[in-house]
Design a protein around this ligand. Structure first.
Ligand code: NAD
Length: 378
């Protein structure tokens, strides 16, 4: 008899609501393991503030080592007021930055999908966002957040001066652009590259490198260019004009948070951080919700676990090539919402709000239902 397919998963719940939403995501992982008859070998480790408290560092070398040997890392969220006074070299957020750097994960993928049952939860008019489905590909290992020189100095007249450097090289631009073009080939085949080529040299190089790569290898995909300020405006005015957006670190950071609000709640949006694929799989890769540790609601059992559960769906699709199961998880989330399941962040005034655990239950219930229906029609 052939043994079960095995996947090694490293789980880093982190701080605040991280462990609360991770519990629900792991119930889904367990369910999928039984349903698809695959074996997930799961290891847990501390990251962020929890690791600072336990070991004095946001991430142990040993945890990085475990991540390198895992097929995927499922990450919760890190940070909180308790660690805010620590220096930049000891902040909880360094856990995720270090993980990305050491695993060479340079592309952060943020799907922005509007779920029909939640269309009223957005502050934008329904007709502007109905059926919205765009993907933001953010370069996340370079640009302004990592460029040198950087620092703070005191000038001769006693004034302080802070400085950072925005820098992008051909290799850095090409590898993230390839991710965007490859994704677009499985979607509507339109990539919009976003920079500030009108006022920055790094933006100009970004535009030239992407244009050449497009001409050379991706002529079957349409390439558009847009300045970042215009993109911010267009995302609110007419977001459905976009298919895949590719951009650098800082613009990606800001535009993806802006785009997340088109969908109504931060608690709904997953993300994947990937590097160069190994064959047809992204291994290793990190999957995490886009929200943070939400200290204002941590410990109350009311956080929305959907973003973490939908991160599991992305992991199944991109790292394990389990497309059928990924779709099953996404459909179960939509069905739970359609059946009226709402955590406090989604509930309208007067509407009953579910706890984190109850929302997990609602998704598991829909998984059972959808899987049952599939078997009947198979
Ligand atoms: P946040 O995303 O944690 O919270 C913003 C708001 O959204 C809060 O009101 C919060 O209650 C709400 N929210 C977020 N996720 C939710 C969920 N799943 N369900 C219901 N409501 C949810 O952002 P913040 O308050 O700016 O940051 C808090 C901490 O998280 C900071 O220390 C920050 O550095 C850190 N952070 C970490 C990550 C990460 O780990 N990748 C990302 C962003 C922020």
């Amino acid at each position: 008899m052939i043994g079960k397919q095995q996947f090694r998963l490293l789980v880093l719940p982190g701080d605040g609501i991280g462990p609360e939403v991770m519990r629900e995501a792991l119930r889904v992982v367990e369910w999928i393991g039984q349903y698809a008859e695959v074996e997930f070998t799961i290891r847990h480790a501390l990251a962020g503030g929890a690791a600072i408290d336990a070991y004095g560092t946001p991430m142990l070398d040993e945890t990085i080592e475990q991540a390198m040997h895992a097929d995927a890392v499922l990450f919760g969220a890190v940070g909180g007021p308790r660690w805010e006074k620590l220096g930049f070299d000891l902040r909880p957020e360094l856990a995720i930055l270090r993980l990305r750097r050491e695993l060479s994960l340079f592309a952060n993928l943020r799907p922005v999908t509007v779920f029909d049952p939640l269309i009223e939860a957005s502050t934008i008019k329904p007709e502007v966002i109905r059926n919205l489905d765009l993907m933001i590909v953010r370069e996340c290992m370079g640009g302004l957040y990592f460029g040198e020189p950087r620092g703070i100095e005191t000038m001769q007249d006693g004034q302080m001066r802070g400085f950072n450097t925005e820098t992008y090289s051909t290799v850095e631009i090409e590898r993230v652009a390839r991710v965007a073009f490859d994704l677009a080939r499985h979607r509507r085949r339109v990539v919009c590259s976003v920079e500030k080529a009108n006022v920055t040299e790094s933006g100009l190089v970004w535009r030239q490198v992407i244009s050449k790569l497009h001409e050379r290898d991706y002529a079957d995909v349409e390439l558009r260019h847009m300045y970042a300020d215009n993109c911010a405006m267009q995302l609110v005015r007419n977001p459905k004009q976009f298919d895949v957006i590719v951009t650098g670190n800082i613009f990606g950071d800001i535009l993806s948070d802006l785009a997340s609000m088109l969908t109504g709640s931060l608690g709904m949006l997953p993300s994947a951080t990937i590097g160069v694929p190994r064959g047809d799989r992204f291994v290793p890769a990190v999957y995490e919700p886009i929200h943070g540790s939400a200290p204002d609601i941590a410990g109350r059992g009311i956080a929305n676990p959907m973003a973490q559960i939908l991160s599991v769906a992305m992991m199944l699709r991109l790292s394990f090539r389990m497309e059928r199961e990924a779709t099953l998880v996404e459909q179960a989330c939509i069905a739970a919402l359609a059946a009226g399941a709402r955590t406090a962040d989604l509930a309208a005034a007067g509407e009953k709000a579910l706890s984190t655990w109850e929302m997990g239950d609602a998704v598991l219930h829909q998984l059972e239902e959808t899987a049952g229906k599939r078997q009947l029609t198979a």
